[in-house]
Structures are given as structure tokens and as C-alpha cells.
Design a protein around this ligand. Structure first.
Ligand SMILES: Cc1ncc(COP(=O)(O)O)c(C=O)c1O
Length: 487
């Protein structure tokens, strides 16, 4: 009050007065539009539908049923109140042993029991958000960098960089090979950093990918491990979407790769996990760092004092995840429902010649609207995006917020709503696409793209309107604004 900005800058820290959090980003407009006019089926049927939130709301009936059947799991019920005192006074940063055991067990189950996790290596944090910052603090100093294949989750800029001073360097990936990360792209990014005198401390990957919804294949995983071993840098694997994979090819965890004895230095490997996506509990803030490096486990455990998971939550989660029957049913049902939702949504889009990158995981699709751009620029992408928000009334996320090097891609979340809302959203997109048909420039079909189609019954119509997937150079500058509140 009464202070000018420059007064503030003198009084407060650079972090407090800077824009490292990214809240002033133009991408916030989508959230503002949703917040000021949220869709409701009866009260506001013309409102904005939230499709920018990677939330998993597909199985809350199963969770509620379990909670009702297990009242002793909560310390605030008559059946569980005897534990209240012990849980309320527990404050050890190692966490409740039963919580760590249950999470380690769950992580193994999610990976088809092909690999086991050691409860002593589980370090808790405030969601994967806290886990990423914690790992960045453990591995890098201010000014150091992590390589990150694009497109990537916009929150990484904030999580790994805001308070730590660590930089993220994009690794160029594009649609010419379905956004696969290549050794050449890794080398190019690494070299660029070296030329700029930036010390690269690690490579950060997200598998399954947000925003692509794809999984990394074995060969790619091995090549990444080989790369980081040769460069003697760390590999941080965000596996937060591990249980969202609903069809083949199945998810392969980095934990499986290093079990295969491919001659890798385990001290360089770290997994970030959380229950925000697989269980749909982002509000519980259950984040995990699982490191194969003892020194990192030790340091991270001490750091976890800054972002412990409340013992009340640990207690409930320990109980829920120790119920093997429930976990088995939940994982199977969740995948089944996600598969159905994904199929319904992508088929509905394909019927109006709108395609998505072929994917088999995640809570979203990577929708290709390049043919609706007036020109292949990020400015045109922003124009289209604003039209989608304000006229189609859908809050989707533009590719530029994920540092995508090609304009015209949009991430559309489909698991944070019920079936009826999804149908309304689908109808709106379909109507919009059909109304804008004139703007669609017909292109010849392209083999590579064709292999990427998920639907065959409309294929002729799609071929007629398909655009080349590699219109943009992968070297197009990547916009740097982070998307805040994107999850
Ligand atoms: C790839 C990825 N990592 C981390 C996070 C943050 O998750 P949490 O809610 O556990 O902090 C998200 C959230 O969307 C994400 O998509």
C-alpha cells in the first residue's frame, strides 16, 4: 500500500518481485474465461467447459465405496478415532512406515509387478510439484540446466526453475516422427548448452507423456539411459501417469530398464511419482521422489520437511493402497474407463476429420488443428485458441504453452468430467470444425500421418483434408511463456 513497484523491488527478494511463477502469462486467459463463466448442465449450459485440467475423475465411485466400507481408515470416524492422537502427533520426515510400504507396493502393481520398489527409497513431497523442485535442489545449482524434450508439461518451468535458479533447455521433437525424442536432438541440445557455457546436470523425461499421451518404447528408453551415462548426467523420469495407460503398447518404467543390466550407473536415475493422476488425488499432495542414489535419498528426505504429506493423508492412503483386492480392481477399472472415454472422444473428433496424435495413455489427447490456422504461426495459434475459448466455450491448452515447436496443436483433457459434459464438449468442437470447413485447405494424405490415425471408418474423408505433419521446421523458436495452473 502506497509502495511503487521499484520500492517493492528494493524491499523484497528477486523471487518475490519477479515473474518466475508465470502467473502473468497470456495462457491464464483460458482459466479466467472458465472461472468467470463455468459450464453447468442446467444452471449455465452455455458456459465454458474446462478441458485444460488433467484430472482423473473416472473412478470416484470406487473410492467412495471403499471409504464407506473401511471407516477405520479415517481417524475422524468412530471406527478410527482411537488412532487420532498417534497420527496427529507423528511428524517424522521419513513418513509412516506403512505409508512408504503401501506406496512402494502400489508403484510395483502399477507397473504390472514386473519390478519392485524399496520402501526405504521412497521420499515424500508435496505432490510431484514438490518432488521436481526437491530433485532439482539435490542435483543442480543455480544456472545449471536440465534438458527436456518438447512438448512438455508447462509447470516444469515453475517447478524445477522458479526457486532453484535451474534452467530448462528444450530438446527439439516434432510431428515428423510423432514427437519421438532422438539421439541427434539430445546431442544438439547438449551441444548448444555447452557452447553457451551452461552446465547440463540432467535430462528430464515424462513417461507417459503429458501432453502427448504416448509411452516411450524400450529402444528409446535404452538410448536415453545410454546418453545420460555417456554424458555423466542424471535422468529424472516423471512417471506420474503410469497407471493411465489403457491399451498397447504397455508402459515400461525406467525401473524395468535398469533392472535389465544394461550397464547403467544407477546413481544417475531418479523417478518422480505422485497419486495426483493415477488415483485422481491431486488435492492430497502425495508426491514421491524415488532415487537409486543413496545420497539423493538422504538429502531429499531432509528436504521433505518443507513439503510433508499430512499424516492424516498418509494414514488413509496406507490403508487404501494396502488393500490388494481394491488396488487391483481400481487399476483395471480405471484403465477400462479411460479407454472407453478416449475412444468415444477421438472417434467423435475423427468423424469431422479432426485427428489426434495416436496415444494410449494420459488424461488428454493432443489434437491437431493445424489445418484451421489461418497461417502456420504461433500468433495464428493464439487467435484460434481465443476463438475456441470465447466462442466454442472450451478451455483447451494451446501447444505453445507446452513449448511445442509447431503451431496448431492443442491439448484437450477428457477425464475431468462426466459422460454428458464430454458429449456437450464434443458436439461443440464438431460444430465448430464443420462451420469452419471452408478454412480447411484440403491436402494430400501423407503416409506417416496415416499411420498415426486412430480410426479407419472415416479414413477416406480424413485423407482428403489431411495436412502434412511436418510443415513447420523443428527449429522454429519456441515460445517461452509457461502455462500456469495447467496440470
Ligand atoms: C507431468 C506432470 N508432472 C507433475 C505434475 C504435478 O503434479 P502434482 O499435482 O502431483 O503436483 C503434473 C500435473 O499436471 C504433470 O502433468
Amino acid at each position: 500500500m502506497g509502495f511503487t513497484l521499484s520500492n517493492q523491488q528494493q524491499l523484497l527478494s528477486k523471487i518475490a518481485t519477479g515473474n518466475g511463477h508465470g502467473e502473468n502469462s497470456p495462457y491464464f486467459d483460458g482459466w479466467k474465461a472458465y472461472d468467470s463463466d463455468p459450464f453447468h448442465p442446467t444452471k449455465n449450459p452455455n458456459g465454458v467447459i474446462q478441458m485444460g485440467l488433467a484430472e482423473n475423475q473416472m473412478c470416484f465411485d470406487l473410492i467412495q465405496e471403499w471409504i464407506l466400507n473401511n471407516p477405520e481408515a479415517s481417524i475422524c470416524t468412530a471406527a478410527g478415532v482411537n488412532e487420532f492422537k498417534d497420527i496427529a502427533i507423528f511428524q517424522d520426515y521419513h513418513g509412516l512406515p506403512e505409508f512408504r510400504n503401501a506406496v512402494a507396493n502400489f508403484m510395483g502393481k502399477v507397473r504390472g509387478n514386473r519390478v519392485t520398489f524399496d520402501a526405504d527409497r521412497i521420499v515424500m513431497s508435496g505432490g510431484a510439484t514438490g518432488a521436481h523442485e526437491m530433485i532439482a535442489f539435490c542435483l543442480a545449482d543455480p544456472g545449471d540446466a536440465f534438458l527436456v524434450p518438447v512438448p512438455y508439461y508447462p509447470g516444469f518451468d515453475r517447478d524445477l526453475g522458479w526457486r532453484t535458479g535451474v534452467q530448462l533447455i528444450p530438446v527439439a521433437c516434432d510431428s515428423s516422427n510423432n514427437f519421438k525424442v532422438t539421439r541427434a536432438a539430445l546431442e544438439a541440445a547438449y551441444e548448444k548448452a555447452q557452447k553457451a557455457n551452461i552446465r547440463v546436470k540432467g535430462l528430464l523425461i515424462t513417461n507417459p507423456s503429458n501432453p502427448l499421451g504416448t509411452v516411450l518404447d524400450r529402444d528409446t528408453l535404452i538410448s536415453l539411459v545410454t546418453f545420460i551415462n555417456e554424458k555423466k548426467i542424471h535422468l529424472v523420469c516423471d512417471e506420474i501417469y503410469a497407471a493411465t495407460v489403457f491399451s498397447q503398447p504397455s508402459f515400461i518404467s525406467i525401473a524395468e530398464i535398469i533392472e535389465e543390466n544394461i550397464g547403467c550407473n544407477r546413481n544417475l536415475i531418479h523417478i518422480v511419482y505422485s497419486l495426483s493422476k493415477d488415483m485422481g488425488f491431486p488435492g492430497f499432495r502425495v508426491g514421491i521422489v524415488y532415487s537409486y542414489n543413496d545420497a539423493v535419498v538422504n538429502c531429499a528426505r531432509k528436504m521433505s520437511s518443507f513439503g510433508l504429506v499430512s499424516t492424516q493423508t498418509q494414514h488413509l492412503i496406507a490403508s487404501m493402497l494396502s488393500d490388494n483386492e481394491f488396488v487391483k480392481r481400481f487399476i483395471a477399472q480405471s484403465a477400462k474407463r479411460l479407454k472407453t472415454r478416449h475412444m468415444r472422444f477421438t472417434m467423435g473428433l475423427a468423424q469431422v476429420s479432426t485427428n489426434c496424435l495416436k496415444s494410449n495413455g494420459g488424461l488428454f489427447v493432443w489434437m491437431d488443428l493445424r489445418r484451421l490456422l489461418k497461417e502456420q504461426t504461433f500468433e495464428a495459434e493464439m487467435v484460434l485458441w481465443r476463438t475456441i475459448i470465447h466462442e466454442v466455450k472450451l478451455n483447451v491448452s494451446p501447444g505453445s504453452s507446452f513449448h511445442c515447436p509447431e503451431p496448431g496443436w492443442f491439448r484437450v483433457c477428457f477425464a475431468n468430467m462426466d459422460d454428458k459434459t464430454m458429449e456437450v464438449a464434443l458436439t461443440r468442437i464438431r460444430t465448430f470444425v464443420l462451420q469452419n470447413k471452408e478454412a480447411i485447405v484440403p491436402r494430400k494424405s501423407n503416409r506417416l500421418w496415416h499411420s498415426n490415425l486412430r480410426l479407419s471408418f472415416q479414413s477416406r474423408r480424413m485423407d482428403d483434408t489431411m495436412m502434412s505433419p511436418c510443415m513447420m521446421s523443428p527449429h522454429t523458436p519456441i515460445p517461452q511463456s509457461p502455462l500456469v495452473r495447467a496440470t
